[in-house]
Design a protein. Structure first.
Length: 435
């Protein structure tokens, strides 16, 4: 048993009595109310999910295990010469809440390497798909194809409920370890004439992904940063919630994460980064080569709004300030690509757009989210096929959602089954002023 798995078991045994006590002694305590607009409007802000891995504050942004993004980057161990922590150390942190030692992080690296070989049939499945298949369909199909490898599915019958977490953990690690090679294969197969680059087992998760993509340093640090920033955002977003929902039926990690990827592929979720870059490139064309200034960018933004379109990459369902994930990527750009024309335009939009959106008055949050910045970095390092960007998001998101469903099984969370009401019932309660 690795030190991570042993530490995780200790944490599970500590937390189980707390959860059991809450259910037994305080289960009927009211913590929120539900309004008609929440019922019709996508259950927005209804407090009915539990995760200890991350929390999204409307003013602070995301916290991973209680630490904000700069604190997380500063606390976790880094490899010599690297600016960002390894995914392996971050996964340890997400599962346990503890900062791993470099030795513990290396142990996870070695454990992942022992699990990383992708079955040959997965590549056969990918090659059987039409070449113009969207890369997210490819990724989801590859994950689903591996369901036959599930240790949870194989062990389920006859297993005690308190032991469900163990094979779910094994599935989570098996799947996560394979994702870099699958994702890089999709890219090289689809966009680089099938010229596949073999994995280098000496490299960590992020560096090996960069290597298999064929993109030189510092793209290894881009990968580490990008995967960590996109790993988790509470349980209520579509990809995290879908993964949790499907897993609540005791579906294994492969079924569950494949479903989560399908949600991530939606234009209102992970596909947004692709749409943002497409819009920015069109925006750049409208400037006809002119240097972006406050005046011409402001005019172009108003032209966009007055034509009935939104400014993509701005606004967020929860946040009411600049997304700290945007800030982290902006700081990387300021250091590594300050004079890149696309970054200069994005930076000028950041200076101007909040004022324009505030003046327009239709946006609750006029500040940029993670998608407003993420595509610029990828484009700069030569990854110009932006329908692939959501695959990068998916690899990062796996870290959080797979850790979360491991904890779901550890704490015995129930099958999720909200109760529906009819429109007539809502109208009756509206007339009465409440239920």
């Amino acid at each position: 048993m690795t030190r991570l798995k042993a530490r995780l078991l200790e944490k599970i045994q500590e937390l189980r009595p707390r959860t059991a006590n809450l259910l037994k002694e305080h289960g009927k305590v009211v913590i929120d109310e539900v309004t008609i607009d929440q019922c019709i409007g996508g259950a927005r802000d209804i407090k009915c999910l539990v995760t200890d891995l991350s929390y999204l504050d409307s003013q602070e942004g995301i916290r991973f295990r209680g630490k904000n993004i700069p604190e997380t980057f500063a606390a976790l161990p880094k490899l010599p010469g690297a600016e960002y922590p390894t995914v392996e150390s971050f996964f340890f942190f997400m599962l346990t809440g503890d900062i791993p030692t470099p030795e513990e992080a290396e142990e996870i690296h070695q454990d992942f390497r022992s699990r990383a070989k992708v079955p040959a049939y997965v590549f056969d499945v990918l090659r059987a798909l039409p070449k113009d298949t969207h890369p997210m369909v490819m990724l989801s199909s590859a994950v689903l194809a591996m369901q036959k490898e599930s240790k949870f599915a194989a062990a389920y019958h006859g297993m005690k409920k308190n032991d469900y977490w163990d094979p779910m953990y094994e599935d989570a690690c098996d799947l996560l370890a394979k994702l870099p090679e699958i994702a890089a294969f999709i890219y090289r197969y689809k966009y680089k004439n099938g010229e596949i680059i073999a994995s280098d087992p000496t490299l960590d998760f992020g560096a090996d992904f960069a290597h298999m993509m064929g993109i030189p340093k510092p793209y290894d640090d881009v990968s580490r940063m990008y995967f960590i920033l996109h790993s988790d955002h509470e349980s209520g977003n579509v990809s995290a919630h879908t993964t949790h929902l499907v897993a609540s039926a005791l579906s294994d990690a492969y079924y569950s994460f494949s479903a989560g990827l399908n949600g991530l592929a939606g234009p209102l979720h992970g596909l947004a980064n692709q749409e943002v870059l497409d819009w920015i490139k069109s925006f750049q064309k409208k400037l006809n080569g002119a240097e972006p200034t406050e005046e011409n960018v402001k005019q172009a933004l108003w032209d966009t709004l007055n034509s009935g379109h939104v400014i993509p990459g701005y606004g967020h369902a929860v946040l009411r300030k600049t997304d700290p994930r945007y800030t982290a990527q902006m700081e990387f750009c300021q250091k590594h690509l300050p004079n890149d024309p696309l970054f200069k335009l994005v930076n000028m939009i950041y200076r101007v757009a909040p004022g324009v959106l505030t003046e327009q008055g239709k946006t609750k949050n006029p500040w940029p989210n993670v998608d407003a910045q993420s595509g610029v970095i990828q484009w700069y390092y030569g990854l110009t096929e932006y329908d692939y960007y959501t695959v990068l998001f998916g690899v990062g998101r796996a870290i959080g959602v797979l850790a979360n469903i491991t904890w779901d099984r550890a704490l015995g969370y129930a099958l999720e089954r909200p109760k529906s009401v009819t429109t007539a019932m809502l109208e009756e309660w509206a007339t009465k002023g409440g239920r």
